[in-house]
Design a binder for this molecule. Structure first.
Ligand SMILES: Cc1ncc(COP(=O)(O)O)c(C=O)c1O
Length: 348
């Protein structure tokens, strides 16, 4: 069965908000306390497990999933090698909060050989630098060195990339992005290749209480029903806009794996909703933001409404001052282009 069919099929579950379910004959049933599990969450996890091809667990945000993974699977002295140019929150957490727990962190170019590490952390179509790793080669090398590979699959979704099939050990999502798709639910996901890791993470989740509530889980189930259509259309529009931006005189660089990245082309048939491009400097980037009329000047990515922002605002010198990150939504591509053109002209 194709992923599109799995996504769309079936009726939604009832929105059961109960935090407790009564014991039967003096015994707790499969659901007894919401922190352990709840029917809507289990339904969402079943759908996610089928899509990713490994046992999936839901968390209260993408960063909650990152936190659970690190605290449950790392030890003082563990080494994590994180892809350069990837989500700044991940490396920020590892280098900030987790530094006190003695976790060693290095940053590496994910398009080259990975360093030896306990966990090698990849981000295909890294946010916001849009680099793409040879996932199978990194997995082979890391496993030979005794390490594990985590793939943050937030940008592409399991519709376009299923990292467990290429040898990854754990797949991570901020489901707040394209999986949910409507900027109205904050959630995270970890999908595991092996049952022991899933059991370890499940136990940690229950003990720590970083669980997803039924309401966002229900919105995720509804959002995923249209993931097939949304991701195809958003990717097609992103490719078209990347091509048009590459020919615009005010644009210095466009980053989108669909513009000829040979490694990405081996793994993907479509390249996701996210791209970034540079204008001359930070001042002009902010002027583009202010001139937008249709595209939302907002953070985040993967929603049905397009969003654009200067990333230097959050990431400082980690990114070029003139870098603008664009997440392409479902609006008509010519309307989006007209807005970008007028904003670039206004900022010139
Ligand atoms: C690639 C990536 N991973 C993880 C996260 C963290 O997810 P959340 O905001 O749901 O905590 C984000 C958020 O922007 C992201 O872009």
């Amino acid at each position: 069965m194709k992923p599109e069919t799995k996504l769309a099929a079936g009726t939604p579950p009832p929105l059961d908000r109960a935090t407790v379910h009564s014991y039967r004959d003096g015994q707790p049933g499969p659901f007894y306390y919401q922190r352990d599990s709840h029917p809507v969450g289990v339904d969402a996890e079943r759908r996610l497990s089928e899509l990713e091809g490994g046992e999936a667990l839901l968390f209260s945000s993408g960063m909650a999933a990152v936190t659970a993974l690190c605290l449950a699977l790392l030890e003082p002295g563990s080494h994590v090698a994180v892809a350069d140019g990837g989500y700044y929150g991940t490396v920020g957490l590892l280098r900030g909060e987790l530094a006190r727990w003695g976790v060693q962190v290095s940053v590496f170019d994910q398009t080259a050989e990975p360093p030896q590490a306990d966990i090698v952390w990849l981000e295909p179509c890294s946010n916001p630098m849009l680099t793409f790793p040879d996932i199978a080669a990194v997995c082979e090398r890391t496993h030979a060195d005794g390490g594990r590979v985590v793939v943050d699959n937030t940008v592409l979704s399991p519709l376009f990339l299923r990292p467990l099939e290429h040898g990854a050990d754990i797949v991570l999502h901020s489901a707040s992005k394209i999986l949910g798709g409507h900027h109205d639910a904050l959630l995270g996901v970890l999908a595991c290749a092996d049952e022991q890791t899933a059991a370890r993470l499940r136990a940690f989740r229950n003990a720590s209480g970083i669980v997803a509530a039924p309401d966002p889980a229900w919105l995720l189930i509804r959002g995923m029903k249209t993931l097939g259509l949304r991701a195809e259309r958003q990717s097609a529009s992103a490719l078209e806009l990347a091509r048009r931006l590459a020919g615009h005189p005010a644009v210095q660089t466009v980053r989108y794996p669909g513009l000829g990245d040979p490694v990405a082309a081996r793994y993907l048939r479509a390249f996701g909703p996210l791209l970034s491009f540079d204008v001359a400097d930070g001042e002009r980037a902010l002027a583009v933001e202010r001139a937008l009329r249709l595209i939302e000047n907002a953070t985040s990515l993967g929603g049905v409404a397009s969003t654009l922002e200067s990333r230097a605002r959050w990431e400082g010198e980690r990114v070029p001052a003139g870098l603008l990150r664009l997440s392409v939504g479902l609006e008509d591509v010519d309307d989006l282009w007209a807005d970008l053109e007028q904003a670039l002209e206004a900022a010139a």
